[in-house]
Design a protein around this ligand. Structure first.
Ligand code: BGC
Length: 295
């Protein structure tokens, strides 16, 4: 007798489905009914992440520090697009505790809760180590590290206050830290920046370990060289771009959309079993390109 039913019972192990048995899912909005805060969303990578999350159905807070015009424009673009979630722009210096608390308050008043925190704000104040001022050191640590701590802490508080909504997401909440390839690649002339990104790894992993039991996921994205204003000098002339490509085995500069795609995935239930990890989106920059010919 041929068995045609489903072998699976609640206690039986899962059986591997044949390709023809896999139900093809309709392309869906992965983040519908969820709200995301994206810090530093008025420029560079942040713009693409905010847009990407909105396109996948999330309501988005477009956080900015100085460029109100760009943030308002992006929030408008997302909110008038019927295929996207809603969006508002909120000004906040992520390194200031009272301002971060206020941004979360405004977000919760407007959208009801927060499901996704993308701690993306970051800056560089480069100088040779022996000439680096304490102010240059402190500003980078304040924005790149303390800012991510404050935003993640307020997100965790809100996830815990709100409680689970399994119909919306498997996780209680998702935190995405913006790191860099310089969490592992030392960077001469950028000690403050490299130190801030090196610290993000342990902040992220500790959050994943501490709050995993209540289903909060924390991960980092480590971009390589992405074509944005922060590294303009590395790509604005053909010579500079040629030099940069020597550091990238995949032989192209990254685009903000490369990072946005990773962020949307990490925010969605598709990555539900991914926590405590850094996703390098770098065209293999971390694979010691010098060894392609040397060693
Ligand atoms: C920096 C960029 C740099 C890239 C690769 C990023 O984290 O912000 O300026 O081009 O790392 O070195």
């Amino acid at each position: 007798m041929r068995f045609e039913g489903n072998l699976q019972t609640s206690s039986a192990p899962r059986i591997i489905k044949k390709p023809t048995q896999i139900k093809m899912q309709k392309p869906n909005k992965r983040l519908s009914n969820q709200t995301a805060i994206v810090t530093g969303a008025s420029s560079g990578i942040g713009i693409s992440i905010a847009h990407g999350l909105g396109r996948d159905g999330a309501n988005v807070v477009v956080n900015y520090f100085s460029n109100a015009e760009s943030a308002e424009e992006l929030a408008h673009l997302i909110s008038v697009d019927k295929t996207c979630g809603d969006a508002i722009a909120i000004k906040c210096d992520v390194s200031k505790e009272n301002q971060v608390i206020e941004m979360y308050k405004q977000t919760i008043n407007h959208f009801g809760t927060v499901d996704i925190c993308v701690a993306n704000s970051g800056l560089q104040k480069d100088a040779p180590m022996h000439e680096m001022t304490l102010a240059q050191w402190q500003l980078v640590i304040d924005v790149n590290l303390t800012g991510q701590f404050l935003c993640a802490r307020e997100a965790i508080k809100e996830f815990m206050r709100r409680g689970p909504r399994p119909e919306v997401s498997k996780a209680l909440g998702k935190i995405i830290h913006m790191s860099s390839v310089h969490e592992v690649i030392p960077w001469a002339g950028h000690a403050n920046y490299a130190a801030s990104k090196g610290a993000i790894v342990m902040l992220m992993k500790t959050i994943a370990q501490e709050y995993g039991p209540i289903k909060i996921r924390a991960n980092s994205i480590a971009p390589g060289a992405i074509q944005t204003p922060i590294n303009r000098s590395a790509w604005e002339t053909p010579e500079a771009l040629n030099d940069l490509n020597k550091l990238i085995p995949y032989k192209r500069i990254g685009q903000p959309e490369d990072i946005a795609a990773a962020a949307v995935w990490l925010a969605s239930d598709e990555s539900d079993y991914v926590s405590g990890t850094t996703l390098f989106v770098d065209g293999a920059m971390t694979c010691y390109p010098g060894f392609a010919t040397g060693g």
